[in-house]
Design a protein around this ligand. Structure first.
Ligand SMILES: Nc1ncnc2c1ncn2[C@@H]1O[C@H](COP(=O)(O)OP(=O)(O)OP(=O)(O)O)[C@@H](O)[C@H]1O
Length: 479
């Protein structure tokens, strides 16, 4: 069918390319039965209803539709119709709501501008074509525990590695360590860094708003760029890990709660900017502590296991967050799972006791705020700061990090926040589970790297970097 239509269209395209004097096109929605163009005769094709032509264009696909655009004004009018290109975008690799989010919120680069608020509506054909032209990028989300890497045009990360085992902490802005890290990832991906832009996540570190913390953050960013440009990357884009997780949830403002490998960070972000001046909260309980506490609980019950990896696997398969801890203690919670090569493991209330340290760290012998208290503190700071025209922006709480995949966690956090805040402050609080699980930041980077304006709006080239670096040596002041 498509081949036949292609043939017919081919005939029309060839014939009509010789017709040059066409009158103005009608609007595609004018009349279904209207001839396509008054001034040019295309024989029987003139009598084809617009809807049918649209359907044919849909079947032929974007390449042929784009070709039809260059035939004449009338054809261009039909083939450039937004509805046709929305259809193509909807049938594309990326979810359409992600495309809409990125093209309306992220086109401008940073600082973000809501695109459709300020400019006339864009042509969706243009968006489609520009997105197709965006080169693929290497995405590296170097978490402090696990690194996720892969090609931006792929559906998910192509690989993962244990950063903490292989590279130590990448928070330390050490040139040789970063160089070793980036070159190892590139060789695992079997790509040359010089062949495409590289997008990296910047870890949530030096969270204070002091001059020295700002300098450390700038230095880390600068060292990442130096390393990548020394490896001949043509362009680099470096974005905070929490901001990427927020974009993955298709939001530009809110509080990101990243339950990381070592620590949990509560990060207020307004229009894509981390509000360090409002206050980033860091609490000591992260994924490692949950695994460690589960290990202790299993040992107390004389459950034997081979390694911490076994415990981690059991945690991922069996653990959950109780909606009401005390009520859960009175319930039967026994469940079993298989661990490859080690057999079957059965847990009972350890299943929810271990993750409970996120909310009650004292259970695991830690003196720290509970997750809900840290989020509430951050919300208080945001409310006091009175920044942003939307006074409820900080009521959207986006979860990120592998541990936030624990079943029941979003519901429990929301419930605890409602207990802490009376109305009207509690009105509209919404905790959003991690859409892409453990890979939130990687997917946020994928969304950015596929924006039609990615190269010019989000990347810095070596030349631009060197110019900035020279002007403000030894550190770049703003970027
Ligand atoms: N479904 C799951 N349930 C519970 N825990 C999970 C699940 N999936 C992954 N995890 C845990 O998440 C942890 C890894 O989290 P993640 O990959 O987000 O860390 P990271 O990105 O290295 O951390 P950081 O934000 O500190 O850089 C591991 O301990 C893993 O066991």
């Amino acid at each position: 069918m498509a081949a036949l239509l292609k043939k017919v269209f081919g005939a029309v395209l060839t014939r009509s390319s010789s017709s040059s004097t066409l009158s103005s096109p009608r609007t595609a929605s004018d009349s279904d039965d209207a001839a396509i163009d008054d001034g040019a005769s295309m024989g029987a094709f003139d009598r084809i209803p617009t809807d049918v032509i649209m359907q044919i264009l849909r079947l032929l696909g974007p390449k042929e539709a784009a070709r039809a655009c260059v035939v004449c004004r009338a054809w261009r009018f039909l083939a450039a119709d937004n509805r046709l290109w929305i259809f193509f975008l909807q049938s594309g690799r990326e979810p359409y709501d992600t495309v809409v989010f990125s093209e309306t919120h992220l086109r401008s680069g940073f600082p973000l501008k809501m695109y459709f608020d300020h400019t006339p509506q864009l042509s969706f054909m243009q968006i489609y074509v520009q997105r197709e032209k965006v080169p693929g990028s290497i995405i590296i989300d170097g978490g402090s525990g696990y690194c996720k890497y892969g090609w931006s045009k792929y559906a998910s990360p192509s690989g993962r590695c244990a950063t903490f085992l292989e590279f130590g902490s990448i928070e330390s802005p050490m040139y040789p360590r970063l160089r070793h890290f980036f070159s190892t990832i590139c060789s695992r991906m079997q790509v040359k860094p010089a062949s495409q832009p590289i997008i990296v996540s910047i870890p949530i570190c030096h969270s204070d708003d002091t001059e020295s913390a700002r300098a450390s953050r700038r230095q880390l960013r600068e060292t990442i760029c130096s390393v990548l440009f020394d490896m001949n990357a043509p362009a680099v884009c470096a974005i905070d890990q929490a901001v990427l997780a927020l974009y993955a949830a298709r939001r530009t403002s809110g509080i990101v709660v990243n339950i990381g490998f070592h620590v949990t960070s509560v990060v207020p972000i307004l229009r894509g900017k981390v509000m360090h001046d409002v206050g980033v909260e860091i609490v000591g309980q992260g994924a490692r502590k949950v695994t460690g506490f589960l290990k202790e609980l299993m040992q107390q019950r004389n459950i034997n296991f081979e390694s911490l990896y076994t415990v981690r696997t059991i945690k991922e398969k069996l653990c959950y967050v109780a909606a009401d801890y005390d009520a859960e203690l009175r319930k039967q919670a026994q469940a079993s799972c298989e661990v490859a090569g080690e057999g079957c493991f059965t847990l009972s209330n350890e299943r929810f006791k271990a993750p409970e340290i996120l909310f009650q760290p004292q259970l695991g012998g830690m003196r720290a705020m509970g997750l809900h208290q840290a989020v509430a503190l951050c919300m208080d700071h945001c409310a006091e700061a009175e920044v942003g025209s939307d006074d409820g922006w900080f009521k959207t709480i986006v979860l990120a990090g592998g541990t936030s995949c624990l079943p029941g966690l979003p519901e429990r956090l929301e419930k605890e926040l409602h207990k802490i805040f009376p109305p009207p402050m509690s009105d509209g609080i919404k905790v959003i589970p991690p859409t892409y699980g453990v890979d939130s930041a990687w997917f946020g980077a994928k969304i950015v790297s596929n924006v039609s304006t990615f190269l010019e709006a989000w990347c810095i080239t070596k030349k631009q970097f060197r110019q900035k670096f020279r002007r403000t040596a030894p550190l770049i002041n703003s970027w």
